[in-house]
Write a protein that binds this ligand. Sequence first.
Ligand code: AN0
Ligand code: CP
Length: 317
Amino acid sequence: MRHFTNVQDIGPLDRAIADALEIKHDRFAFSDLGRNKTLMMIFFNSSLRTRLSTQKAAMNLGMNVIVLDVNQGAWKLETERGVIMDGDKAEHLLEAIPVMGCYCDVIGVRSFAGLKDKAEDYEERIINQFIRYSGRPVISMEAATRHPLQSFADLITIEEHKKVERPKIVMTWAPHPRALPQAVPNSFAEWINATDYEFVIAQPEGYELAPEFVGRAKVEYDQRKALEGAHFVYAKNWSAYRDPNYGKVLRTDREWTVDSEKMALTDNAFFMHCLPVRRGMIVTDDVIEAPTSLVIPEAANREISAQTVLKRVLESL
Ligand code: AN0
Ligand code: CP
């Protein structure tokens, strides 16, 4: 594998899951593979899980790790080409990227959607510039439109917990006070659409995702109806995708909060969320604390998804 930015990059999912479970069984089996190889992780946005789990995964493979928080201590970066740099930005991304590439073998990048210009976000300008100019394999640690390490970990978690061959998976929108990207729901949809599981996206009017991500999913505007018989409930907030409301928060009322009364409509479903989660908004305390909550196993599997991806990238260096 050269780059990892979407579900296609991982190849057949059954093979990827099998590799992941093998790694989980013995995560130090390949601790020499990354010897004298350096992973550089570049963060344009905050992170807890991605930062820690990806670093741990790299360490399990014997890699060295360098982390840079672009907004803390690096020069302010210009990202547009053709501008006269007479403002507060001291360096251009087009120099910074190849320089970063000089000091590492693999680059991980986190760069969220700006949520102002849909075309710019959906072109994936930042991560594509890393792919083009770094000369290194690039791993998405959540880009503008996808979060594949999260979706891979989510799928591993579903495989570990499913009780029926083809579970019903419901991804439901839930309220949040701030505008969040569509990357996590887009990506989850992309990965679940690559399985043969029943897949429903529940959302209020106005929160339709891009059709290329919705794919074969059934879109349902009645959350309670969607939840009937579900085996997995994947909650997530996202801002509006459709024009003229791109990047906007259309509502923050708690009508769509996942609570125990709604979970009772499911087939004793597991609750999932990528974290960080706002309790009381997305989900109630009792649901996230219940034995059927998978939020911690999902986070634990971030180490496994990252290690599976890094192992394949190292093998192709
Ligand atoms: C981010 C998002 O929704 O994309 C990161 C999730 C992994 N969440 C927040 O900014 C709260
Ligand atoms: N789920 C996830 O990616 O968490 P962080 O934003 O903390 O990395």
